[in-house]
Design a binder for this molecule. Structure first.
Ligand SMILES: Cc1cc2nc3c(=O)[nH]c(=O)nc-3n(C[C@H](O)[C@H](O)[C@H](O)COP(=O)(O)OP(=O)(O)OC[C@H]3O[C@@H](n4cnc5c(N)ncnc54)[C@H](O)[C@@H]3O)c2cc1C
Length: 431
């Protein structure tokens, strides 16, 4: 490897999901300065939006809160929320990153008392619940937000409502004049932990998402089952609030399909089994049908599959449904063929859940930065010893939480190697 001068030993982590948070705390605990940049108003990423997560079906609070405490207790980590990286120039050991921040309109004086939300008169779609309900135009992103600080929706800035929100704050924390900012940082290595977004179910025309009532996606199912979700955790039909006791879960909705996502997202089968468990826990008389091409329950999670298979009210049907149409009383009706029995079916349900796959989130929003990606847009984890950019978590390919954490720790080791080259020359060198 060519020796390079290291001008900054700071590690930049892009993305504040479980992978980025892990990378930040591991690097900082090793003694390195870390800048963690998250584009939304809070850390936590998609894991915060899960109701519970396998293998143990814990609430996301378990893992996230421990990490938040580590961030709070480590002055080496600087967190920027509502922030993105718009450019990176330079080379391993001496990058210059341009960070752009959007206004939150709420300063660090916020105590999360909620008086601003009471003063807001308009509502916006709730991004945390994938728009399945609304929040006041001054809102806390979610109960586990980090930082625990409200946001004022840009939609109301410049209106009398914004002034009422400001007046309601006893702590003088509302700053309606806040402007977008751009600044530069010197960093020695970059870890991309920008994660994933759900495949757009609107593209699955034959499944009628958005057109046929009571067809939802797997990420929406997580929110439907969550206590902070649009129905306070009751698994009910969006169209009429009726209990959803006959539930179909469709695997590979758009995945392993050259018209959509050609690859397997690895997690969806287990995600749907988790959804079957949610339904069965809630309704003793529920019947759940899982339509699959073939089940992929990786490594030790095979036992979770075994548990679900043993439940006489959970049925695994080998079939990729051809289409979904609107039936009577808001029932979505599945049409297709069971490929084992050759039976043709037209079956109505209370609720149908599409297990859509995970897509890299940077595919469309990539800043003007040279990143090496694979055929599907996932960032190639190690870009070679000459480069100081690495990928962690689902930014590098479909992974579960424990794999994301492992990949983040591995990325930190590579980043430390990048900033330690010629460490003796580094400013404030920790070599
Ligand atoms: C339906 C479903 C259920 C699942 N259930 C489980 C489960 O039970 N157990 C389990 O182990 N796994 C589960 N998973 C997988 C789990 O969600 C992922 O492993 C996890 O989200 C990966 O974390 P991450 O940090 O890599 O990505 P993310 O959670 O996507 O976090 C990435 C973060 O980066 C931010 N970001 C994106 N782009 C930028 C940018 N340009 N600049 C700054 N920030 C950016 C995002 O806002 C986000 O906060 C499930 C997945 C699905 C689809």
């Amino acid at each position: 490897m060519t020796a390079r001068a290291v001008e900054s030993q700071t590690i930049l982590v892009v993305g504040g999901g479980i992978a980025g948070i892990t990378a930040a705390v591991e690097a900082a605990d090793t003694g390195y300065d870390v800048v963690l940049v998250e584009k939304t108003a809070t850390l936590g990423g998609r894991v915060a939006q899960l109701n519970r997560y396998f293998p143990k079906l814990c609430h996301p609070t378990c893992g996230l809160e421990i990490n938040y405490q580590r961030i709070r207790g480590n002055p080496k980590i600087r967190v920027f929320t509502l922030a993105t990286v718009t450019a990176i120039t330079g080379a391993r050991g001496s990058y210059k990153a341009t960070i752009a921040t959007s206004p939150r309109y709420v300063s660090g004086r916020c105590t999360a008392c909620g008086e601003c939300a009471k003063a807001a008169t308009s509502r916006i779609p709730n991004p945390f619940n994938y728009g399945m309900d609304t929040v006041a135009a001054a809102y806390l992103p979610h109960p586990m937000a980090y930082p625990m600080r409200y946001v004022v929706a840009p939609d109301v800035i410049g209106t009398p409502e914004a002034e009422a929100i400001r007046a309601a704050c006893k702590y003088d924390a509302i700053d309606l004049e806040e402007k977008p900012k751009t600044f530069e940082l010197a960093v020695g290595a970059v870890i991309w932990a920008s994660g994933w977004k759900p495949y757009d179910a609107d593209k699955l025309e034959s499944y009628g998402y958005g057109r046929v009532p009571n067809v939802i996606t797997n990420v929406e199912m997580e929110r439907l089952a969550a206590p902070g979700g649009p129905s306070q955790g009751r698994i009910v039909r969006p169209s009429d609030g009726r209990q959803a006791k006959r539930v179909a879960l469709i695997q590979c909705a758009g995945s392993r399909d050259y018209n959509h996502l050609p690859y397997c997202s690895r997690i969806c089968c287990l995600g749907s089994m988790k959804h079957a468990a949610y339904v069965r826990e809630q309704y003793a008389d529920a019947e759940v049908d899982i339509y699959y091409i073939d089940i992929r329950a990786h490594d030790k999670l095979e036992s979770f599959y075994g548990k679900l298979k043993a439940d006489p009210q959970v049925h695994f049907i080998k079939s990729k449904p051809a289409s979904i149409t609107a039936g009577e009383n808001g029932d979505p009706v599945l049409h297709g063929e069971n490929t084992l029995t050759r039976e043709l079916y037209d079956r109505g349900y209370d609720l149908v859940v599409l297990a859509t796959g995970m897509q890299p989130s940077l595919t469309e929003a990539a800043p003007a930065i040279k990143l090496v990606t694979d055929d599907y847009g996932f960032i190639v984890p190690e870009l070679g010893d000459e480069d100081g950019m690495f990928a962690a978590g689902v930014a590098s390919g479909p992974l579960d939480v424990s794999m994301s954490v492992q990949s983040a720790t591995a990325a930190v080791l590579k980043a430390i190697q990048a900033v330690r080259v010629n460490g003796a020359q580094a400013r404030g060198g920790q070599a």
